[in-house]
Ligand binder design. Structure first.
Ligand SMILES: Cc1cc2nc3c(=O)[nH]c(=O)nc-3n(C[C@H](O)[C@H](O)[C@H](O)COP(=O)(O)O)c2cc1C
Length: 182
Protein backbone atom coordinates (compact mmCIF):
# COMPACT_ATOMS: atom_id res chain seq x y z
CA UNK A 1 0.00 0.00 0.00
CA UNK A 2 1.35 3.45 -0.87
CA UNK A 3 2.20 5.77 2.03
CA UNK A 4 1.71 9.47 2.55
CA UNK A 5 3.97 11.26 5.03
CA UNK A 6 2.12 13.83 7.18
CA UNK A 7 4.52 16.38 8.65
CA UNK A 8 3.09 18.37 11.55
CA UNK A 9 5.28 21.46 11.72
CA UNK A 10 3.70 22.74 14.92
CA UNK A 11 5.05 22.40 18.45
CA UNK A 12 1.52 21.21 19.35
CA UNK A 13 0.86 17.54 18.72
CA UNK A 14 -2.91 18.01 18.76
CA UNK A 15 -3.36 21.60 17.62
CA UNK A 16 -4.91 23.09 14.51
CA UNK A 17 -2.13 21.92 12.21
CA UNK A 18 -2.56 18.31 13.28
CA UNK A 19 -6.32 18.77 12.91
CA UNK A 20 -5.89 20.02 9.32
CA UNK A 21 -3.64 17.09 8.47
CA UNK A 22 -6.17 14.67 9.98
CA UNK A 23 -8.83 16.03 7.58
CA UNK A 24 -6.55 15.20 4.63
CA UNK A 25 -5.64 11.87 6.21
CA UNK A 26 -9.30 10.84 6.39
CA UNK A 27 -9.66 11.25 2.62
CA UNK A 28 -6.36 9.48 1.93
CA UNK A 29 -7.55 6.48 3.94
CA UNK A 30 -10.90 6.47 2.14
CA UNK A 31 -8.78 6.12 -1.01
CA UNK A 32 -6.79 3.13 0.30
CA UNK A 33 -3.62 5.02 1.13
CA UNK A 34 -1.57 4.49 4.26
CA UNK A 35 -0.17 7.39 6.30
CA UNK A 36 2.64 7.96 8.74
CA UNK A 37 3.36 11.01 10.85
CA UNK A 38 6.14 13.30 11.97
CA UNK A 39 5.61 15.76 14.84
CA UNK A 40 8.05 18.64 15.18
CA UNK A 41 7.35 19.01 18.89
CA UNK A 42 8.98 21.46 21.25
CA UNK A 43 12.65 20.37 21.29
CA UNK A 44 15.28 22.77 19.91
CA UNK A 45 16.47 22.37 16.32
CA UNK A 46 19.63 23.52 14.61
CA UNK A 47 19.76 25.79 11.62
CA UNK A 48 21.89 24.82 8.63
CA UNK A 49 25.54 25.87 9.11
CA UNK A 50 26.55 25.02 5.51
CA UNK A 51 29.21 22.54 6.61
CA UNK A 52 28.45 20.41 3.53
CA UNK A 53 28.70 17.18 5.49
CA UNK A 54 25.47 16.17 3.75
CA UNK A 55 26.92 16.51 0.25
CA UNK A 56 28.06 12.89 0.12
CA UNK A 57 25.97 11.08 2.73
CA UNK A 58 22.67 12.93 2.30
CA UNK A 59 22.21 13.09 6.07
CA UNK A 60 22.86 15.98 8.46
CA UNK A 61 25.94 16.15 10.69
CA UNK A 62 23.78 17.31 13.63
CA UNK A 63 22.39 14.13 15.17
CA UNK A 64 20.82 15.57 18.29
CA UNK A 65 17.58 16.77 16.70
CA UNK A 66 14.91 15.35 14.38
CA UNK A 67 16.42 16.26 10.99
CA UNK A 68 17.70 12.82 10.01
CA UNK A 69 14.46 11.18 11.13
CA UNK A 70 12.61 13.65 8.92
CA UNK A 71 14.90 12.85 5.96
CA UNK A 72 14.12 9.13 6.34
CA UNK A 73 10.41 9.90 6.25
CA UNK A 74 10.71 11.99 3.09
CA UNK A 75 12.70 9.23 1.39
CA UNK A 76 10.28 6.48 2.43
CA UNK A 77 7.09 8.31 1.43
CA UNK A 78 5.21 8.05 -1.86
CA UNK A 79 3.70 11.48 -1.22
CA UNK A 80 4.19 14.22 1.36
CA UNK A 81 2.01 16.82 3.05
CA UNK A 82 3.73 19.43 5.20
CA UNK A 83 1.56 21.39 7.63
CA UNK A 84 2.61 24.50 9.48
CA UNK A 85 1.09 27.02 11.85
CA UNK A 86 1.41 30.57 10.54
CA UNK A 87 3.91 32.60 12.55
CA UNK A 88 4.09 36.26 11.49
CA UNK A 89 2.74 35.47 8.03
CA UNK A 90 5.29 32.71 7.40
CA UNK A 91 5.84 29.05 8.32
CA UNK A 92 7.13 28.14 11.78
CA UNK A 93 10.83 29.07 11.85
CA UNK A 94 11.81 25.82 13.57
CA UNK A 95 10.14 23.86 10.77
CA UNK A 96 12.02 25.88 8.14
CA UNK A 97 15.29 25.31 10.02
CA UNK A 98 14.72 21.57 9.68
CA UNK A 99 13.47 21.71 6.09
CA UNK A 100 16.49 23.79 4.98
CA UNK A 101 18.66 20.90 6.12
CA UNK A 102 16.37 18.15 4.76
CA UNK A 103 16.31 19.70 1.30
CA UNK A 104 19.96 20.72 1.26
CA UNK A 105 20.89 17.11 2.01
CA UNK A 106 18.43 15.42 -0.34
CA UNK A 107 17.76 17.88 -3.15
CA UNK A 108 20.72 20.21 -3.44
CA UNK A 109 23.05 17.25 -3.39
CA UNK A 110 21.13 14.67 -5.38
CA UNK A 111 17.50 15.48 -6.27
CA UNK A 112 16.53 12.41 -4.26
CA UNK A 113 12.90 13.51 -3.87
CA UNK A 114 12.24 14.09 -7.57
CA UNK A 115 8.73 13.05 -8.73
CA UNK A 116 7.26 12.60 -5.22
CA UNK A 117 3.98 14.56 -5.06
CA UNK A 118 3.84 17.09 -2.23
CA UNK A 119 1.61 19.79 -0.80
CA UNK A 120 1.72 22.39 1.95
CA UNK A 121 -1.05 23.27 4.39
CA UNK A 122 -1.08 26.28 6.73
CA UNK A 123 -3.26 26.94 9.75
CA UNK A 124 -3.72 30.39 11.19
CA UNK A 125 -5.88 32.54 13.40
CA UNK A 126 -6.63 35.14 10.70
CA UNK A 127 -4.09 35.80 7.92
CA UNK A 128 -0.77 34.69 6.47
CA UNK A 129 -1.63 31.25 5.12
CA UNK A 130 -0.80 31.96 1.47
CA UNK A 131 2.74 33.34 1.98
CA UNK A 132 3.41 30.41 4.30
CA UNK A 133 2.25 27.93 1.65
CA UNK A 134 4.31 29.75 -1.01
CA UNK A 135 7.40 29.45 1.17
CA UNK A 136 6.92 25.72 1.72
CA UNK A 137 6.19 25.13 -1.96
CA UNK A 138 9.63 26.53 -2.74
CA UNK A 139 11.22 23.44 -1.20
CA UNK A 140 9.13 21.16 -3.42
CA UNK A 141 9.66 23.17 -6.59
CA UNK A 142 13.42 23.27 -6.06
CA UNK A 143 13.30 19.48 -5.81
CA UNK A 144 11.27 18.66 -8.94
CA UNK A 145 8.38 17.44 -6.80
CA UNK A 146 4.92 17.87 -8.36
CA UNK A 147 2.95 20.27 -6.15
CA UNK A 148 -0.54 18.91 -5.56
CA UNK A 149 -3.26 21.56 -5.63
CA UNK A 150 -6.82 21.89 -4.38
CA UNK A 151 -9.69 24.16 -5.47
CA UNK A 152 -8.45 27.03 -3.27
CA UNK A 153 -5.30 27.73 -1.22
CA UNK A 154 -4.74 25.23 1.57
CA UNK A 155 -5.38 27.51 4.52
CA UNK A 156 -7.34 26.28 7.55
CA UNK A 157 -8.76 28.34 10.39
CA UNK A 158 -9.66 25.49 12.73
CA UNK A 159 -12.33 22.83 13.11
CA UNK A 160 -15.20 25.30 12.57
CA UNK A 161 -13.78 26.30 9.17
CA UNK A 162 -16.17 24.42 6.91
CA UNK A 163 -14.82 25.97 3.73
CA UNK A 164 -11.22 25.18 4.70
CA UNK A 165 -12.22 21.63 5.56
CA UNK A 166 -13.64 21.21 2.06
CA UNK A 167 -10.45 22.54 0.50
CA UNK A 168 -8.40 20.05 2.52
CA UNK A 169 -10.68 17.20 1.51
CA UNK A 170 -10.22 18.10 -2.16
CA UNK A 171 -6.46 18.21 -1.57
CA UNK A 172 -6.68 14.67 -0.18
CA UNK A 173 -8.59 13.49 -3.26
CA UNK A 174 -6.03 15.09 -5.58
CA UNK A 175 -3.07 13.68 -3.65
CA UNK A 176 -4.63 10.21 -3.82
CA UNK A 177 -5.22 10.52 -7.58
CA UNK A 178 -1.67 11.74 -8.15
CA UNK A 179 -0.01 9.03 -6.08
CA UNK A 180 -2.18 6.30 -7.58
CA UNK A 181 -1.38 7.42 -11.11
CA UNK A 182 -4.72 9.21 -11.86
C1 LIG B 1 4.58 33.29 17.30
C2 LIG B 1 3.22 33.21 16.69
C3 LIG B 1 2.92 33.98 15.59
C4 LIG B 1 1.66 33.91 14.99
N1 LIG B 1 1.42 34.66 13.87
C5 LIG B 1 0.21 34.56 13.27
C6 LIG B 1 -0.07 35.30 12.08
O1 LIG B 1 0.77 36.01 11.52
N2 LIG B 1 -1.32 35.20 11.54
C7 LIG B 1 -2.31 34.43 12.12
O2 LIG B 1 -3.42 34.40 11.59
N3 LIG B 1 -2.06 33.67 13.20
C8 LIG B 1 -0.83 33.73 13.80
N4 LIG B 1 -0.57 32.95 14.91
C9 LIG B 1 -1.60 31.99 15.37
C10 LIG B 1 -1.33 30.56 14.85
O3 LIG B 1 -0.96 30.55 13.49
C11 LIG B 1 -2.58 29.69 14.98
O4 LIG B 1 -3.04 29.72 16.30
C12 LIG B 1 -2.31 28.29 14.51
O5 LIG B 1 -3.53 27.69 14.13
C13 LIG B 1 -1.65 27.43 15.58
O6 LIG B 1 -1.49 26.10 15.10
P1 LIG B 1 -1.22 24.86 16.10
O7 LIG B 1 -2.44 24.73 16.99
O8 LIG B 1 -1.05 23.68 15.21
O9 LIG B 1 0.04 25.17 16.85
C14 LIG B 1 0.68 33.03 15.53
C15 LIG B 1 0.98 32.26 16.66
C16 LIG B 1 2.24 32.33 17.23
C17 LIG B 1 2.57 31.45 18.42
Amino acid sequence: MKKIFLVNGSPNKDGNTADALRVVEGVLKENDLDTFWFHLGKSPVHGCVNCRYCAKVHRCAFRDDLCNELIEGFLEADGIIVGTPVYFAGPNGALCALLDRVFYATANFGQMLKDKPAAAVATCWRAGATPSIDRLNKYFMYSQMPVVSSDYWNGYLGSRDGFGTGVLRTLGENMAAMVQGM
